[in-house]
Design a protein around this ligand. Structure first.
Ligand code: DGT
Ligand code: CA
Ligand code: CA
Ligand code: ZN
Length: 576
């Protein structure tokens, strides 16, 4: 049966190819919205079609997409897509994704320089042909070359939420195989890395053939790459690989440890084992002098214990100090999702969000939180209809009214995501900001300014007495846009001095700060915030990705402002 991922992928490709062929924006958006609705749907579209359900009842799906979904599910083909693929090389999609290129430029590169993929784009840039194209120039050529590197790296890695989605699908599928005794995902996914190069699935089973047959029958399979004695690899979607390894019960811990990695962590642990006269591999821990002597391997705990280590949380396995005894005592207190008590960055219908203040509050409450801050954009962000002083004050008055009706167990803080203007001033007046409970400052414009200027803008914001935190301290979009050129250690020092927070944005395509930056912030003694920056109720579920990133930096609840209870944060914000 056709999976939701397959339908969504087809519509996303339609949208891209239509954009390349210059189709109108309205039609393109319909495909993108539809793809997203289908990807996010918890129900199987194919099943709904089989039941005769009218797909247009799903938000985001109109009659055209409903019709096309039926065609795709019943015939396995989408004729319009196949026609488009002949007119426009599908590999041009990679080119339009290169920041600064886009659909129009991609099409011109194709028509005028016969560029069809990233490889040929690199070639024409390096030979200087792009610089000579009208409307391109040497500067564009240079920036394409730089940005291509980001795009090439991103092309074959999934962001953590995409990996999560695929893991759920694979888990559900593999669990229906009676030969599977136990399964888990190892590799970078288990370590919580922000992007994942491939998935590493481990299974205990005594019937390898049956497990492999079942794996090969995963509905999302594009290709079976190889099938060996204990290892099998498949390709799902265009380019993403999943490795399966079937292991024996008494090797489970050793295999899980080995394939979770990282490589650096494993090199270190192998050295440690060697120094103790042992040998460690994916089958177990053995006596170095007599390799037939199996010493451990059933559980990960056993493997670590025999080399004299406590069990290491997977997120910390990067050989960044996890072998130093001094650091190990805090591991049982690493932050987890249940430590988060509130969310201090989110948007409503007043700017570019999809839900009202009350809807956001209710959604937060139902997720077990005791407070939120509403932080809509300020006026400079005109694209999102940012609030001016009058509108901000009106919103805060509304929040006062909503809070007044509450029983006090949940609180909405009056906040604003105030823009740091290109010249370094705050977008809203101090008189206005002084009336907010919570001011988080962000850069949205002038992101390409030189290092000194960007850094100075953020320092100005930190020094402003009404600002509590910096949102988007790096501004990166994973796989799409590099961080701005900011001196983050200067920002960290200033945040420390003025006792301001830096935000670890939990959105999986942002996650500013990254793991290394988070470590630096925590080491400097900064309190961070972990916020979803939700633009809808559904976005509130992204909090877990921020927490995973924080765990990679060994963050404890006391390092995070929004782990404070409602009473504690009220006291903190009132300066007591
Ligand atoms: P990824 O997939 O690029 O996001 O990163 P990982 O860490 O998942 O890397 P991957 O899938 O190549 O391998 C998973 C783990 O298995 C890796 O962290 C260490 C271990 N591993 C894989 N291949 C080898 C190998 O040839 N030698 C050693 N020592 N370890 C390996
Ligand atoms: Ca992997
Ligand atoms: Ca792998
Ligand atoms: Zn925001």
């Amino acid at each position: 049966m056709t999976t939701n991922i397959e339908i969504a992928t087809a519509f996303e490709e339609m949208a891209d190819l239509l954009e390349l062929s210059g189709e109108n924006a309205f039609r393109i958006r319909a495909y993108r919205n539809g793809a997203k609705a289908i990807r996010d749907s918890s129900e199987s579209i194919a099943q709904l079609i089989a039941n005769g359900t009218d797909l247009t009842t799903i938000d985001g799906i109109g009659s055209t997409l409903a019709e096309k979904s039926v065609v795709l599910v019943t015939t396995g083909h989408l004729p319009q897509l196949e026609k488009l693929r002949i007119e426009v090389p599908p590999t041009l999609r990679d080119i339009m994704r290169v920041p600064g290129v886009g659909a129009k430029k991609a099409m011109r590169l194709f028509q005028e320089l016969q560029v069809v993929d990233l490889q040929s784009l690199r070639a024409v840039c390096e030979s200087g042909l792009v610089a000579e194209l009208k409307g391109f120039g040497a500067k564009t050529q240079q920036s394409i070359l730089q940005n291509m590197e980001i795009a090439e790296k991103a092309a074959h890695r999934l962001m953590i939420d995409e990996a999560d989605y695929l893991v759920d699908q694979l888990r559900t599928h593999m669990q229906t195989c009676s030969a599977v005794q136990r399964l888990d995902f190892a590799g970078s996914y288990r370590r919580g890395k922000e992007t994942v190069g491939d998935l590493d699935l481990l299974v205990i089973s005594e019937n390898i053939a049956m497990v492999m047959d079942h794996f090969g029958a995963f509905p999302g399979v594009h290709e079976i790459i190889q099938r060996g004695d204990t290892k099998m690899s498949i390709r799902v979607t265009d380019s993403f690989q999943v490795d399966l390894r079937v292991v024996a019960e008494n090797s489970w811990g050793a295999a899980l440890q080995y394939f979770t990695g990282s490589k650096e962590h494993n090199v270190h642990i192998r050295g440690l084992a060697k120094s103790k006269g042992m040998k460690i591999n994916e089958y177990g821990v053995f006596d170095a002098d007599d390799e037939s002597k199996w010493l451990a391997g059933t559980t990960e705990q056993d493997v670590y214990a025999i080399v004299g280590l406590p069990w290491v949380p997977p997120e910390l396995r990067e050989d960044r100090g996890e072998f130093e005894t001094g650091k190990q005592s805090i591991w049982n207190r690493l932050i987890s999702l249940s430590d988060i008590r509130g969310d201090l960055h989110m948007h409503t219908v007043a700017t570019d969000g999809e839900n009202t203040i009350e809807e956001m509050a209710e959604a937060a409450r139902s997720r077990g939180l005791s407070y939120i801050a509403i932080t809509d954009h300020s006026k400079r962000v005109s694209m999102a209809r940012g609030l001016n002083e009058v509108a901000a004050l009106a919103q805060w008055a509304e929040i006062d009214r909503i809070n007044a009706k509450s029983d006090g167990s949940f609180h909405i803080f009056k906040g604003i995501e105030c823009d740091i203007l290109e010249d370094g001033r705050m977008d809203l007046s101090d008189e206005c900001l002084a009336q907010a409970d919570w001011v988080t400052a962000s850069i949205h414009y002038g992101q390409k300014q030189p290092r000194d200027q960007i850094t100075q803008r953020i320092l100005n914001a930190i020094e402003n007495p009404y600002v509590h935190a910096i949102s988007h301290p790096t501004g990166r979009l994973i796989g799409r846009r590099e961080a701005y050129d900011v001196d983050l250690s200067a920002v960290i020092q200033a945040a420390k001095k003025y006792r301001k927070c830096l935000e670890l944005n939990a959105n999986p395509s942002r996650l500013d700060l990254n793991d290394i930056n988070t470590i630096a912030a925590i080491d400097a003694g900064i309190t961070i915030t972990i916020n979803t920056d939700a633009h809808s109720i559904a976005n509130m579920d992204l909090m877990k990705y921020g927490v995973i990133q924080a765990r990679r930096a060994a963050v404890l609840p006391e390092n995070v402002l929004n782990c404070k209870s409602l009473d504690e944060i009220k006291r903190y914000l009132s300066g007591q």
